[in-house]
Design a protein around this ligand. Sequence first.
Ligand code: GLY
Length: 369
Amino acid sequence: MTQDVVPVALGARSYEVRIGTGLIDRAGAEIAPLLRKRRVAVVTDDTVGPLHLERLRAGLGDVEMVSLTLPAGESTKGWPEFTRTCEWLLAQKVERKDIVIAFGGGVIGDLVGFAAAVLRRGVRFVQIPTTLLAQVDSSVGGKTGINAPQGKNLIGAFHQPSLVLADIGILDSLPPRDFLAGYGEVVKYGLLGDAAFYDWLEKNAPAMARGDTAARHHAVKRSVEMKAEIVARDETEEGDRALLNLGHTFCHALESATGYSDRLLHGEGVAIGCVMAFELSQRLGLCSQELASRLRAHLRAMGTKVDLADIAGDLPDADTLIGLMAQDKKVLDGKLRFILARGIGQAFVTSEVPADVLRAQLTEALAAR
Ligand code: GLY
């Protein structure tokens, strides 16, 4: 059985991302060195819990497990379920040196990580991500938080996990739509900084989608390596870490416009946003038309969402979408910041996007629906 370990080098806050198959079945042995008491508090959701919680309990062996199951879905990532989680952790008498486990996708990882960040001014936590999106992105790097009515992830903290266990086998239970949504975050890594990985994905991602474990393992490992390297350079997003937000300025506005609902999953919005970022780059003369077309063709072949036309129901007009972008955390001195690209693997951060070019792009994309 192959297992890879990707270190996230952050001095005293360093940790490992372990990638392999069957990690859940030996979770007790993996986590044991971190434990002072043989007891963990696990928070999951009502999709993952019924499928995998008993398996995790068995994998923890003689480590006692208490658990809380929250409703699945983005609407969980707000104050009510956050309050419930903090109060449950306190009721379980979780102490500073104890371990809380986030067992689920991005919503659970972000919410539980934030609860761990503020509980008793900070307790340790372990991420066991169960979706492709969470394995390649949200479980690594310590961004934690919840959504506000004003926008996504606007309330939160940087709080690094003590360990991440990415069990590739658990991806077998993901519905195809969720797997493809996670793929939006995988393709992002190739696009932002590794053209060879993007080429590899064009060839191998269809096999990944069909369930090829070795291909999935490689894609998760390469994505995590890239993320770990960027996070180690820029933990709190003073610079380069913003590259990880390729496609996200568009995505966050679209998610807000669709009410964080099933109409658009986060990773689907990232895929659409990456295409829009390459189109915007092309409109600004930074890269050729061929690149956006190549990306669009690849994502179409994968069967994920590619264009605004793929989002069901009404969308607001271009100015409203631009207004939603203004809540983006990357806004600096009131100016929107975008991740654009000069080529595949050559992304950069800029505030220099003329409003009329952006408005024209969005207006045309909306008209094409
Ligand atoms: N998901 C983007 C980041 O972690 O910085």
